[in-house]
Each structure stands twice: as structure tokens, then as C-alpha cells.
Design a protein around this ligand. Structure first.
Ligand SMILES: [Zn+2]
Length: 154
């Protein structure tokens, strides 16, 4: 079931007649139209939602977290844990091929930015203070994600 306001297609790649391989070629005008201002600020302008405000920080149901912009499967609830940071945190992506990591030196810090491999949307950052088995903490903005619970309507 797709809940209100989510943009991703049920059949990935078919939305708006745009083949999957063209996601990264879409211009900023496209994203400005398709995303809410809040989503645009995070996904395209690399903003960060305020901690403890995101709708998935306290989400504990089983399910899949997809990219809010393109629908790619990014994280699984089985790797989500309470980091106390105020943002949804995962110790691993659903599939390493579905996320890209980049060195980010903005704000005077050296961090590793995490983006969606399919569309390039900014998701958050990954830190090396996570739990076993990976020791990684994927600190992700709720705004960048679309949660799909395993049981509809729960
Ligand atoms: Zn995406």
C-alpha cells in the first residue's frame, strides 16, 4: 500500500515514462515539481531534518525503506536500531549497490555522505560508531525515505 504523498512508482522505472537509467539526468526543475519543498531541501540540496522530528525516527514496524524520490529499496527494518541520535539509523543498507558513499567536507567536518545510487538523492551520512555486525551507523533523514510496512494498514 502506498500512503499519502509518496512519489515512487509501484512498478519501478515506469513513473512519468522515465526509464530508470535516466533518473540522474533529470534536472532540478523536475525535482522541484515532484518533491515537496521539505523533500527537495534534503534530497537535492543536502539539507538535514532536525533531530527527533522525522517521522521514521520512532518507526519500529517491519518493512522496507525506499528512496522517497525514485523508489529504490534502500534499507530494511531488520537493520534499523535506536542510535539515540534523533534520526533513523541503520547498520547496513538493504543492498550495498543501492547506495553510494562520498567524502563530504562541508560544515568544517569530514564525513561520508550517503546518496541513492539510482537517482543521486541525498540520504544522510554514515559513521563508524554503529553496532555489530558492521560497526556502521547510517544516519538517514526520514524525509529521504518512504516506509513500506510489511503488513498493510497496521
Ligand atoms: Zn533514489
Amino acid at each position: 500500500m502506498i500512503r499519502g504523498g509518496l512519489l515512487y512508482p509501484k512498478t519501478t522505472g515506469e513513473t512519468w515514462g522515465v526509464p530508470m537509467t535516466d533518473w540522474k539526468r533529470k534536472g532540478e526543475e523536475f525535482w522541484r515539481e515532484q518533491l515537496t519543498p521539505e523533500q527537495y531541501a534534503v534530497c537535492r540540496e543536502k539539507g538535514t531534518e532536525r533531530p527527533f522530528t522525522g517521522k521514521y525516527n520512532d518507526e519500529h514496524r517491519a518493512g522496507t525503506y525506499r528512496c522517497v524520490a525514485c523508489g529504490a529499496e534502500l534499507f530494511d527494518s531488520r537493520t534499523k536500531y535506536d542510535s539515540g541520535s534523533g534520526w533513523p539509523s541503520f547498520y547496513a543498507p538493504a543492498d550495498e549497490d543501492n547506495v553510494d558513499e562520498h567524502r563530504d567536507t562541508s560544515l568544517g567536518m569530514i564525513r561520508t555522505e550517503v546518496t541513492c545510487h539510482q537517482c543521486g538523492s541525498h540520504l544522510g551520512h554514515v559513521f563508524e560508531d554503529g553496532p555489530a555486525p558492521t560497526g556502521l551507523r547510517y544516519c538517514i533523514n526520514s524525509v529521504s525515505l518512504a516506509f513500506e510496512p510489511e503488513e498493510d494498514g497496521q
